[in-house]
Design a protein around this ligand. Sequence first.
Ligand code: DQA
Length: 163
Amino acid sequence: MARRAASAILVLHGPNLNLLGTREPAVYGRVSLAEVNRAVQRHAEARGARAVCRQSNHEGELVDWIQSAGREGFRGIVFNPGALSHYSIALLDAVASVRVPVVEVHLSNIHAREEFRHRSVVAAAAVGQISGFGPASYLLGVDALLGVAAGPSGRHAASPRRR
Ligand code: DQA
């Protein structure tokens, strides 16, 4: 898929996000993953980009997709690692190992929930984190990523590790 994805961004959803719409609706709402993906794709298209959405319940598959994103030509990744955010050093290392910028997103405000959710180990390698806006977190993530991917003028000065 190499160069064909050049104007595309990769949207990755981690474990249990396939159950959106029925999973703990008081926390995550009633919008399904398919609806979130459609909204993200429309949002990206309106901004001249294309969004390719993938979901996995498996840490290793997410690592593989992060590693191959550059080879596949994606300009960046909008990533909701789900519960893996809070403990996956493998995902932290994967995000730190690639040149493509990664924006971490969460539907819920992880800082306002149980203490074990307050910390994301992945966040240290991400360009930044968006948390608490429901499905709109992904749309804000797309906007943030397109700003970062636009080059130095669109990049926040406080994001030291992005070249
Ligand atoms: C989540 C927050 C995580 O703590 C949780 O384990 C999820 C979803 C969110 O999008 O709010 O699976 O990443």
